[in-house]
Design a protein around this ligand. Structure first.
Ligand SMILES: Nc1ncnc2c1ncn2[C@@H]1O[C@H](COP(=O)(O)OP(=O)(O)OP(=O)(O)O)[C@@H](O)[C@H]1O
Ligand SMILES: [Mg+2]
Length: 239
């Protein structure tokens, strides 16, 4: 059996906002078709890692490859054009636009109106609630519904890699459960997922592989099963 080439490869990156390195040499891989998770406490550098991948806080050292090609140093719109979509922390819908307009924004790189309509239908199949509320202003949707809008918008680009930063933050347990189910469904559609979460138990239940980030360094890595059984991970994150 041969291991497939990684879809995403982060190789020894260091990144900083000012002089201090927030990422102090991070290396990881995301296998095609997988759900790979990044766990870690507040301030560990998880969002910064995502910013580095997207070219928003480019690494000053190291390399990032997507599908075998270097993407570090590319402007964000070109990273996205390669097939990476991100659902940022805090969701961030366009509040004054309707649900459907929000979805359309996610497909701004697609010219074909028929194709855009097809993707909107696909989003409505995943989230029937959005179809019911298609003309409602996104800013008036509940927190859990806005999470759906933001995931739906991310999918409109039909990315090969979907990066999700703390999708369950601030949601009630029911919505958290629903969110995890949907991320699993999205992965089953064939989309590779890089998931950043603090909800360790539920994350490891749907992820295949994971990494633990602490103060800008990886301190553990392995299959989700192995991480769930790892004593240090348990002590630090399962309470
Ligand atoms: N724009 C910024 N300017 C300066 N420092 C920043 C900036 N954004 C983040 N930092 C710092 O970088 C470190 C890592 O932050 P980051 O947002 O990556 O953490 P995180 O793991 O995503 O945390 P959380 O779980 O709270 O979202 C923190 O110490 C934070 O204060
Ligand atoms: Mg964060």
């Amino acid at each position: 059996m041969t291991t497939p080439a990684p879809l995403l490869e982060v190789d020894g990156i260091r990144a900083a906002y000012d002089r201090v390195d927030v990422l102090q040499g991070v290396s990881l891989t995301v296998a095609p078709g997988s759900i790979t998770c990044i766990l870690g406490a507040n301030g560990a550098g998880k969002s910064t890692l995502i910013r580095a991948i997207l070219g928003l806080t480019p690494p000053h050292t190291g390399a990032i490859r997507f599908d075998g090609q270097a993407i570090h140093g590319l402007p964000t719109h070109r990273v996205i054009a390669r097939g990476i979509a991100c659902i940022p922390e805090g969701r961030k819908v366009f509040p004054k636009m309707t649900v459907e307009e929000n979805l359309r924004v996610g497909a701004y790189q697609v010219d074909d109106a028929v194709e855009v309509a097809r993707r909107i239908e696909q989003a409505y199949t995943l989230f029937p609630r959005l179809q019911e509320r298609r003309t409602q202003l996104a800013g008036t949707m509940s927190g859990g519904e806005q999470a759906m809008v933001s995931i739906g918008r991310g999918l409109m680009a039909q990315p090969r890699l979907l990066i999700v930063d703390e999708p369950s933050l601030g949601l009630s347990p029911l919505y958290v459960k629903e969110n995890f189910r949907i991320i699993g469904d999205i992965n089953k559609l064939g989309i590779t997922v890089l998931l950043v979460e603090q909800n360790v138990r539920q994350t490891l239940a749907i992820a295949h592989h994971g990494y633990v980030l602490s103060q800008g360094r990886l301190v553990a890595a392995g299959t989700a099963q192995a991480l769930a059984a790892n004593e240090e991970v348990r002590a630090a994150y399962f309470g």
